[in-house]
Design a protein around this ligand. Sequence first.
Ligand SMILES: [Zn+2]
Ligand SMILES: [Zn+2]
Length: 277
Amino acid sequence: MFFGKSLCIATKHKKEQVLAPLFKGLGFNVCVAKNIDTDILGTFTGEVERIYTPQLTLKKKCELALQRTQTDFVLSSEGSFGPHPSIPFLYANEEHLLFYNTIDFTEIYARYIFTETNFNSQEIHSWEALIEFCKQVKFPQHAVILKSTHTKQIQLVKGITSYAQLKEAYQHLKHNSNVVIAETDMRAMHNPTRMHNIKQLAKKLILKIQSTCPQCNLMGFDIVDSISGLPCKNCLNPTPTVLKHIKKCKGCNFMQETLPSHNLSYQDPMYCDFCNP
Ligand SMILES: [Zn+2]
Ligand SMILES: [Zn+2]
């Protein structure tokens, strides 16, 4: 399908390590965007505020790459971190990928919320507390950031990956401020857990790319809506569980119903609002 086509990966944080092999497997000639600074669209550490939605940021990253390299397709990635939207006291990593076709301007988007993340930050008052924090966040395989906000100017040391660097940065920042904040470095090349999540999402994106419309053959034939109401095994009333998905083609609007991956005909009464209110 893509044999001999060119694909540019819009990244400055080494995401090609996991993305390039997967897309080479589809037949693409893969390159990495040269000298693009995706940090101008926002950084995790807040020096540059994120002003666009993830989807618009993905598009802007593709445009940055295309200013320097002209390819048939562009792939961009974006992540965010914070409290899980539905599970209390748990952090989550939401990842987004955009596959952009520069020939017909179509795009395929994928996102997923992962609970696998070391995302964390903590106010540090002693070297021992810092060591304890670092152990929790899988340092030194995962990098950390130290910062102090003693003055209005935030002082930051990013990408710390050794105990020697950690000590030097800690002593330097502590000298200026009583409070030092330790954070996980979420940039992909410094965070193997995040890199793994990006790889998992890329596999989902590839499934979407390979799903083509039965009517017009356009790629990205995908679920646009889900209908709940799987019947309860006991009372046969509809439950909140998904009954079917609707796939729709962005080109010709062809629609098709598909069954959800749970493969159930009935739901356990435990999840029924009538049997178990
Ligand atoms: Zn179609
Ligand atoms: Zn019931």
